[in-house]
Design a protein around this ligand. Structure first.
Ligand code: AMP
Length: 395
């Protein structure tokens, strides 16, 4: 069900409480090393301030203990970076529901912005007690969720706060709306053929994704170390490859369920040590000799997967095809990324490593959607419904 977005409400003169994901990476001195998450929230932020709204931004950063301020996790640097990006002053409140927050919110002019301190400094963010959520909700006329990376969680600022807003408007931001559009709506009514390509280290991380996608895709292509666990389930030899012995039975079940929809590698690029300069050889899948490990899909597999991807109308990709951090074992991932970039399909790249790979390779602007969420995008590909999204107003 489509949700109302921030574009559907009039923020003029109103106080908008927006949950954003400013959980940015920082170096040891606290300097922000990648401000992508702040930049991703700019369209929603600008939409409110350009229309004369008074904007309160709240976010978590890191994993503080919930027992008061911890300087390492302050959102002050994020507020300063936002001010630079907006090219206007942004206020910062040293608390979230305390006297400084109230004073700074009361002082907001139309078009003004205040960033509250880290919501996780307060125990109420992650423990079920209504006082904290009520105090946050009481400050605002409109609630907006633009924190996709946290949408699979039930923290107070994601769930209890919008609930505490009662009948006041509760809408999604543009980032959350876009993620739902692609990771949920497009996938549930895909243009066919719909091909998913899944890689990465562990079957255990992706079981629910494979299960869900086997139900809706025409083909699910498997790569990464995961493929070796499937190979073992088929009675293949995997040498010293990274496999999950306790997931072999599960792999057998997925093979039975998937039938010809589940496509496994034809060959494997192996090495005799976990480094770029090890000895290398390509072997048929399921024939990895002792003393060798599979580090990437082989060239025959890469070629086959690229052809299948080029013929698809919808593509979902999550997880690298091999140890892409150590060339030449990035070859399979590169070929797959290029095929997705060159295809005319609606292409959706799950967060985490595959998003990083497509960006590093320079293909990010040739795909339809690169998800900003790691855990959240996996959960959405599993078909999970998020309470934090469900409770927003329907369009
Ligand atoms: P994930 O977080 O599950 O998407 O896994 C990503 C990680 O899996 C990357 O760091 C890859 O280096 C690793 N990986 C992928 N294929 C293999 C492989 N065949 N052997 C060992 N590690 C792998």
């Amino acid at each position: 069900m489509a949700k109302k977005t921030i574009a559907d409400v009039d923020p003029n003169g109103k106080v908008v409480l927006m949950r954003v994901d400013f959980n940015v990476p920082q170096d040891d001195s606290g300097a922000i090393t990648d401000d992508r998450r702040i930049r991703m929230a700019l369209p929603s932020i600008e939409s409110v301030i350009q229309r004369g709204g008074k904007l309160i931004l709240m976010s978590h950063l890191g994993r503080p203990k919930g027992k008061g301020p911890e300087p390492k996790y302050t959102l002050k640097p994020a507020a300063e970076r936002l001010s630079q990006l907006l090219n206007k002053p942004v206020a910062f409140a040293a608390d979230t529901v305390g006297p400084d927050a109230h004073a700074k919110v009361a002082a907001l002019q139309p078009g003004g912005v205040v960033v509250l301190e880290n919501v996780r400094f307060n125990a109420g963010e992650q423990e079920p007690e209504a006082t904290y959520a009520n105090a946050l909700a009481a400050m605002a006329d409109i609630y907006c969720n633009d924190a996709f990376g946290t949408c699979h969680r039930s923290d107070a600022s994601m769930v209890a706060v919008p609930k505490a807003m009662g009948n006041k408007p509760k809408v999604s931001g543009f980032l959350v709306a876009k993620e739902i559009q692609y990771l949920s709506d497009t996938i549930s009514q895909p243009k066919r053929p719909f091909v998913a390509i899944l890689g990465g280290a562990k079957v255990s991380d992706k079981i629910n994704v494979i299960n869900n996608l086997l139900g809706i895709c025409d083909q699910v292509l498997i790569g990464g170390a995961m493929a070796d666990t499937f190979s073992l389930a088929q009675g293949g030899k995997v040498g010293g490859s990274r496999v999950e012995l306790d997931k072999v039975e599960l792999a057998k079940e997925l093979l039975a369920k998937g039938g010809s929809k589940l496509v496994l590698p034809l060959d494997t690029h192996c090495g005799d040590a976990f480094s770029s300069d090890c000895n290398k050889q390509v072997v048929k899948a399921g024939q990895i000799p002792d003393g060798w490990e599979g580090y990437d899909i082989g060239p025959e597999t890469a070629k086959k997967y690229a052809q299948l991807l080029k013929g698809a109308a919808t593509v979902v990709w999550n997880g690298p095809m091999g140890v892409f951090e150590k060339p030449p074992f990035d070859e399979g991932t590169k070929i797959v990324a290029q095929a997705i970039a060159e295809s005319d399909a609606i292409s959706i790249i799950g967060g985490g490593d595959s998003a990083a790979a497509i960006e590093q390779l320079g293909f990010a602007d040739q795909v339809t959607h690169v998800s900003t969420g790691g855990g959240a995008s996996l959960s959405m590909l599993e078909g999970e419904k998020f309470e934090a999204v469900e409770l927003l107003d329907n369009a």
